[in-house]
Design a protein around this ligand. Structure first.
Ligand code: GDP
Length: 437
């Protein structure tokens, strides 16, 4: 058994929820390690179809302990609603815990998120207005309020009044909107605190202990590599790191504990919000992919931008995460295509680039250089064996492995848990289910 990080290899929405739900069947602990309720995972399993924003996708496995790690920003109202929805549909949360170090999204975070985005006007980043940017800014500015504060009303009140003094000055003097009431927020969050208290505790020691005992621990990421604040398309990025490196910090493990890093990639590219996307298809092909794959945000229902697989960006995602394996999802979306393309390099003015540029203004000028591959024009959703895939699909997977220099260990051919081709076991067990491994 092993500690395995599951991260997004592209711009998020790769299908991490499905992969975590699937692998969680054998896990002892599943930890969500970054992001907030700006992320949304869709999970379809024997319990039904669920949209999770904060609760780890392992919640459907009763034997697995699920932890919302210290690296996550929590909106208590959203979390309580998510817990209630799970209960209403027969999914228990007795094994759910919240790190006392996780930061809380406060009403001024969501308000400031919207006001800041409005001020950016044409330069808007396309944030989800969930307060994610402001809460992570407060974390590093040492102004944040953590889940553990809810367990002591006096500490909570003093932290809240210190933060609110500054926030109200900004709201009234910079944005010229009415101040927020200390008493209202205090009362509301004390109520949240009473409801969430049974879940809040120190969690990193539980995770380290399980890892030390050789248990199977899954570290569940949110968003994707190209939205990382350091390595993504800055400033069109998210506010906490989605990379495998952050899985250690967001859970409380040392880097040596991680045995495998699985990058989830779609067979094509999608991006939601603003920022460059070299392979975007603003045509019928892009529309077709969006329609067939229902590419609309789980959290915002915003249409996702769709395009061919970008292997320049993909290789970068492999490298900055140090991936050991790829889980390739949505291969079935290409079932109707007679030919498909992969971007293997960029043309930028007179230069050919094979490395992902660090500067977004360069990426904006990049035009994709494509390689053409045959499609397969048959349904693969019912296939469970790599060898039974049509030649076109097998070639496509092999070409991606070559271009990304990383093995594809799992292939998803539909949204259901069972619609999966396991090429190599990902839980540290040495029982490959395919002769290809
Ligand atoms: P996440 O945030 O990375 O978990 O991804 P999302 O939940 O935002 O989006 C993934 C969507 O694709 C969900 O609706 C999944 O049910 C669906 N999905 C996952 N894998 C596959 C697949 O292999 N094929 C198809 N057609 N849909 C998939």
């Amino acid at each position: 058994m092993a500690v395995v990080a599951i991260v997004g290899g592209q711009w998020g929405d790769e299908g991490k929820g499905k992969i975590v739900d699937l692998l969680a069947e054998k896990a002892r602990i599943v930890v969500r390690f970054s992001g907030g309720d700006n992320a949304g995972h869709t999970v379809i399993n024997p319990y039904g179809e669920f949209q999770l924003h904060l609760v780890p996708s392992g919640i459907f496995t009763p034997e697995a302990t699920c932890i919302i790690g210290n690296g996550v920003a929590i909106n208590p109202a959203v979390l309580l609603k998510e817990i209630e929805d799970l209960h209403n549909r027969g999914v228990g949360t007795a094994s759910l815990f919240i790190s006392d170090r996780a930061h809380l999204i406060m009403p001024y975070h969501t308000l400031l998120d919207a006001l800041e985005e409005e001020t950016r006007s044409k330069g808007a980043l396309g944030t989800t207005h969930r307060g994610i940017g402001p809460v992570f800014a407060d974390k590093v500015a040492r102004l944040g309020i953590r889940a553990g504060c809810l367990l002591d009303k006096d500490i909570f009140r003093s932290r809240l009044s210190a933060a609110l003094q500054l926030k109200n000055a900004i709201l009234t003097k910079v944005y010229e909107v009415p101040p927020l009431s200390l008493e209202e927020i205090y009362d509301q969050y004390c109520r949240y605190g009473e409801q969430l208290a049974p879940y809040i505790r120190e969690t990193s020691s539980m995770i380290r202990q399980a890892a030390a005992q050789g248990e199977f621990v899954l570290l569940e990421g949110a968003q994707g590599a190209l939205l990382d604040p350091d390595f993504g398309t800055y400033p069109y990025v998210t506010s906490s790191s989605p990379l495998a490196g952050a899985s250690c910090i967001g859970a409380g493990l040392g880097p040596r504990e991680i045995d495998r890093v699985v990058g989830v990639f779609k067979a094509y590219s999608t991006r939601v919000g603003a920022g460059p996307m070299p392979t975007e298809l603003k045509n019928q092909i892009g529309d077709f992919i969006r329609r067939k794959a229902d590419e609309y945000g789980v959290t915002t229902r915003r249409p996702r931008r769709c395009g061919w697989f970008d292997a320049v960006a993909g290789r970068f995602g492999v490298e900055v995460n140090g991936l050991t394996d790829i889980a390739l999802t949505h291969l079935d979306i290409y079932d109707d295509f007679s030919a498909v393309k992969i971007c293997t390099a960029y043309r930028c003015e007179d230069e050919v680039l094979t490395a992902f540029p660090s500067d977004v203004t360069i990426l904006e000028k990049c035009r994709p250089i494509y390689e053409d591959l045959d499609g397969w024009q048959e349904s693969i959703s019912g296939i469970r064996d790599f060898e039974k895939l049509p030649a076109g699909a097998r070639n496509y997977v092999s070409r991606l492995e070559d271009l990304l220099s990383c093995p594809v260990s799992l292939i998803s051919v539909g949204s259901g848990r069972e619609q999966t081709i396991s090429v190599k076991a990902l839980n540290g067990e040495s029982s490959p289910s395919s002769s290809r491994a």
